[in-house]
Design a protein around this ligand. Structure first.
Ligand SMILES: [Zn+2]
Length: 365
């Protein structure tokens, strides 16, 4: 009987010690604001289109590596973007990776266009690109010779995406727009969308009902993915599904090679954190292998370098606080306050660097 007593006593002592050490488990399981520097971070979506290294230097200070994306948006010629990216990469080989973009000029000359795109991609991969970005002009801007919108599942793209899939290159897709784009300004959920579409009415689909619908654009993207099941697809901007946790979950289940970048959509997540905090947090934990941190930071000739540097520093630190703490937070993009997600360390590590490296072959940083 005595030995039974001492057995229970030992159990009680052990339980007490467990509870005591349990007090430290928060520090073991979660990062704090002060851990910002110590954790390696990759910002997988920036646009560095100037030789000024101010953002890269800030990134080094903040323990952030960068992926700069060439983009066929007409703002800067893609050949120039690629020259800048390769020169920056030569100077900062461990700090920077880049993806290329192909031109859509000469689209109506189908075979010539395909050959020209494939040649350009081959050259880009020889120069060090590990992926390719396609932009929302596919599905929302480019018309074929019959005056129809060219969609991302157009068979003319098939050999291009097949080539990327065969070569193990990553396709970054900014296809479509946030769901807010199809709503009037006053019904949009976040202020950054309200600002952007007020200033870019040509992309505000609520005003352009003759354009492809939200559902048609998503369907075309899915058709393209169905044709290329092995292609690694980086769904930029949460794949334009930022408004619905159900929709994002369904697509992540359906497309195992889809990973999600969150650039410019973190405010949408913060809005969702206001709506249903537990559901959003569970979503991140369930799909922890599928998210890649990214911001869409832009540095162009017309930018003020010091402003870009400050925005980079501010954004990286604000986002860090959102993901690692449960502080009550406010940002200009979202009306009202919201709580940080306080994700466990292993989830934060995945989002901030492991997923980018494990999921995207050849990033080399
Ligand atoms: Zn971008």
């Amino acid at each position: 009987m005595n030995s039974l007593k001492s057995f229970f006593f030992s159990i009680a002592i052990l339980a007490f010690l467990y509870l005591l050490t349990g007090c430290n488990s928060d520090a073991d399981n979660y990062y704090t604001v002060d851990d910002f520097y110590s954790v390696e971070k990759i910002d997988a979506h920036v646009h560095l289109n100037v030789m000024d290294p101010i953002v890269i230097e800030q990134a080094i200070n903040d323990n952030v590596k960068l992926i700069t994306l060439n983009v066929n948006s007409g703002r800067v010629p893609i050949t120039h973007q690629q020259d800048v990216a390769t020169q920056l990469k030569a100077q900062y080989p461990d700090q920077l990776a880049y993806t290329t973009a192909f031109s859509l000029e000469n689209w109506d000359d189908s075979e010539a266009w395909q050959q020209q795109a494939l040649d350009y991609l081959e050259e880009s991969f020889e120069r060090g690109a590990f992926g390719v970005k396609v932009w929302k002009n596919i599905g929302m801007e480019l018309l074929n010779e019959d005056g129809e919108f060219v969609m991302i599942d157009d068979p003319q793209f098939d050999p291009i995406f097949r080539y990327l899939s065969d070569e193990g290159k990553v396709l970054f897709g900014h296809i479509g727009e946030p769901h807010n784009c199809w709503l009037p300004l006053e019904e949009m959920t976040v202020n950054n969308d309200r600002d952007y579409f007020a200033n870019h009415p040509q992309y505000h689909m609520y005003l352009n009902p003759d354009y492809p619908s939200y559902d048609e654009i998503i369907e075309s993207r899915n058709n393209m993915l169905d044709k290329n099941p092995d292609l690694v697809f980086f769904a930029a901007h949460l794949g334009s599904m930022e408004w619905s946790i159900e929709m994002m979950s369904e697509h992540l289940d359906r497309y195992p090679n889809m990973i999600m970048g969150m650039a410019h959509r973190i405010p949408h997540l913060q809005y969702l954190a206001q709506e249903d905090y537990d559901k959003l947090r569970d979503f991140f934990i369930t799909y922890q292998d599928r998210f890649v941190y990214s911001t869409d930071l832009m540095h162009y000739d017309e930018s003020v370098p010091e402003e870009v540097r400050q925005l980079a520093e501010q954004t990286w630190r604000e986002d860090w606080e959102f993901f690692v703490t449960d502080n009550e937070l406010e940002v200009w993009q979202v009306n009202g306050s919201f709580k940080g997600l306080k994700l466990p360390k292993e989830v934060v590590n995945k989002i901030y660097h492991e997923n980018a490296r494990n999921r995207m072959p050849g990033i080399g940083i």
